[in-house]
Design a binder for this molecule. Structure first.
Ligand code: ASP
Ligand code: MG
Length: 467
């Protein structure tokens, strides 16, 4: 098989992690053509982002300290990972070139006193520049040929939207497939840095946080992979958070659209664009653990086999949100009210997680993160109170409970089963939403009721017997 294995940062924390990745990849090479996409060493991207923040705050010392932290940690891991001394020396030399460039860049940014999206992407790309070399040398250490390539090296060309770029797929496909086919023909294992590419002028761009998943599916679609494996520290997608529900089960198979919904709520965050390159190619993804490779994980496909089309597949909860009930003066029957409310929130850069309005149009209820609550209320008060809004009522610390499963579509009785289970636990529901896709049913309750609610729904739909 042609496989693309993507390793997340949590799978690349120690020398031992990197050695076991190398050993595992080596073992797959007997029967497969393998391309590895990797994230930065756990925590490195956070540190790089912190450097930008420090420079913005003119805290030169902190920026330089963080750079030393990254450099020292990477060096230490490099020394512990590679057994053959010749290789180790070569790796350290190569890394030194990256470290010099990193320090020069940071000093340049400090001198300018300026952090632009473009310089930030350049800076943030160093995490993956380091990790690809560690993994590539570790594979070499096990006796296989390997090469490390950044997104730019392998041929990922993007637009110039720094921080949130998109690949130009036609050019990317031509370049990436040419590069990788050549390496395959020479039995060299490509280790590709996730998260980054370069625009048409050669400037480094990134896909945004968690972008390595996206790199993996871009590469997978360019080389017509048979499967893409997202390797991280979770065994796969679960029916519920196992910390809440003791008998939560690993889901064996879900669809792309279900996985997208689940990724928003669950333990395994997936970059939102990850599935885009696969919609035409329909390449299956497996979500698996790098620490438990015997476990096959969750298979994500365009259309799962009919036997696994349960109505509800998982129930998850998001804690610590705030609910704002917006009541109208002139809201009733006035076109443009919702537009004004959401434009105000957008201007204040507030992400709205849930929205509902009843047909009487007397109020609109929204849910935002607790952290955004004050900002949201302030913005609405300043812009609209006394005009189209008469009153704002705020409830803090609410939980969103979301049920996901494409089998809900057209199935009668799902909602009654849900709210029956909730009622039996004497839990009060503050808000309910269901999109017309019927893929996701969500409702809002008090934080303190959320564990009982998740357990009750998991039981009601017998999710412990799902597979
Ligand atoms: N290293 C990047 C991040 O932490 C990309 C990734 O992990 O996928 O966001
Ligand atoms: Mg990451």
């Amino acid at each position: 098989m042609r496989l693309v294995l993507k390793y997340g940062g949590t799978s690349i924390s120690t020398a031992k992690d990197i050695q076991s990745i190398a050993k595992y990849v080596n073992s797959l090479l007997k029967q497969n053509k393998v391309t590895v996409v990797c994230s930065a060493i756990n925590g490195t991207t956070d540190d790089l982002m912190e450097i930008s923040k420090s420079i913005k705050k003119e805290n030169k010392q902190k920026a330089q300290q963080l750079a030393s932290k990254i450099i020292n940690r990477s060096k230490q891991i490099a020394k512990q990972t590679i057994k053959k001394s010749e290789l180790r020396k070569k790796l350290l030399q190569k890394l030194d070139e990256d470290f010099k460039e990193l320090v020069a860049l940071i000093n340049g940014m400090i001198l300018l006193g300026e952090v632009t999206p473009r310089s930030m992407d350049y800076l943030n790309s160093f995490g993956e520049r380091i990790s690809i070399k560690l993994i590539s040398f570790a594979i070499h250490d096990t006796g296989k040929k390997s090469i490390s390539l950044t997104g730019k090296d392998v041929g990922i060309v993007t637009d110039s939207n720094f921080g949130e770029s998109k690949p130009l797929m036609d050019t990317t496909k031509l370049r990436v497939s040419k590069t990788i086919e050549l390496l395959f023909s020479k039995n060299i294992v490509p280790i590709i840095g996730g998260f980054t590419g370069a625009d048409q002028h050669g400037h480094i761009t990134t896909f945004g946080r968690g972008g390595s998943d996206y790199t993996a599916t871009i590469i997978g679609s360019c080389i017509k992979a048979d499967e893409i494996w997202l390797m991280s520290d979770v065994n796969g997608l679960m029916t519920a958070d196992p910390k809440i529900v003791k008998n939560a089960k690993l889901l064996k198979e879900v669809s792309y659209i279900e996985a997208i919904e689940m990724a928003l709520f669950g333990a395994k965050q997936i970059h939102p664009r990850t599935f885009e390159p696969l919609l035409t190619k329909k390449i299956p993804i497996r979500i698996r653990s790098s620490f438990n490779v015997k476990n096959e994980g969750t298979l994500v496909t365009a259309s799962p086999s009919p036997s696994v089309k349960n109505t509800v597949k998982c129930v998850s909860n998001i804690l610590h949100n705030g609910l704002i009930d917006i009541r109208g003066g002139s809201m009733l029957g006035t076109p443009g009210t919702a537009a004004k409310i959401f434009a105000t929130l957008a201007k204040a850069e507030i992400n709205v997680m849930m929205i509902s309005q009843n047909p009487s149009e007397s109020s609109i209820t929204i849910v935002v993160k607790n952290a955004d609550l004050d900002k949201a209320v302030n913005a609405l008060e300043i812009a609209l109170l006394g005009k189209i809004i008469k009153k704002l009522e705020v409830t803090t610390d609410v939980a969103i409970i979301a049920l996901i499963g494409s089998g809900m579509r057209g199935t009668v009785g799902v909602a009654s089963k849900v709210f029956d289970a909730i009622e039996k636990n004497k839990i009060n529901v503050a808000m309910i939403t269901q999109g017309s896709s019927e893929l996701n049913l969500a409702f809002v309750i008090k934080n303190s009721d959320s564990q009982d609610a998740v357990k009750a729904i998991h039981d009601a739909f017998k999710l412990d017997k799902i597979n």
